[in-house]
Ligand binder design. Sequence first.
Ligand SMILES: Nc1ncnc2c1ncn2[C@@H]1O[C@H](COP(=O)(O)OP(=O)(O)O)[C@@H](O)[C@H]1O
Ligand SMILES: [Mg+2]
Length: 257
Amino acid sequence: MSHEPTVKIVNITKRYSDIVALKGLSLDVRRGEIFGFLGPNASGKSTTLKTILGLVKPDFGYVNVLGINVEDNPVEVKRRVGYVPESPRIYEFLTGLEFLDLTGDIYGMNPAEKKKRIEEYLEALELEGREGDMISSYSQGMKQKIVIISALMHRPELLLLDEPISSLDPRSARIIKDLLRELASDGVTTIICTHVLEIAQALCDRIAIMYEGGLLALGTMEELRERAKMPESDLEDIFLQLTGTGDIRPVIEALLK
Ligand SMILES: Nc1ncnc2c1ncn2[C@@H]1O[C@H](COP(=O)(O)OP(=O)(O)O)[C@@H](O)[C@H]1O
Ligand SMILES: [Mg+2]
């Protein structure tokens, strides 16, 4: 088995005219890891995911995904990666089943495999019986589940999830969390952006805290506690301390040492 990281981000910088969305970000994500990006709004989380997928081209630096240089072979990367964007575009006039069928066809899945996967995931996410209804009649959480299935059904080796669980009720969030854990044990790597600190803390093996386009801290919960010098704290305290409006300078300085 290769020890090469599943995702290798090397010194990426991205500007949008005078906004610097990413400032020389570097990090590795390992195979089978559930990796979380946390950070305040506009800190560069979504831009990082889009760069990994090849939807955004960095001005400097590069990204390797599954041993592939994203810029050299963006189609191959998209084929092997599943992506749930922050605001997914979904065809409301299709039924859930039609949408998943279409997605499977776009990925070139064979019909039997496609049917099997769709059935499996509809059952796992408790959407059975509703697949024949128009997506426009679904609740927000149901739409979110359909999008998650559409990202998973072709068995990607890497999953990129941008704020995927925020609109789910606790039971559905739990089902997704269990599913991601199960996939991780099969070697599937997941990168998840979330504002829900509880999710990051409960689900992620390692967490990157982004701040103004760079990395404020990266590590396991234990390592974050240590580096922030907040040994007794949970992630919420650390996060608020790091990114809140209070006097965060000492914490940032401790982290940057
Ligand atoms: N397509 C774009 N055009 C202009 N500015 C953008 C674009 N995408 C992102 N930005 C800016 O880049 C910064 C980082 O955005 P983003 O990566 O979406 O942050 P996050 O996901 O952490 O909220 C923000 O200031 C945002 O306004
Ligand atoms: Mg975002």
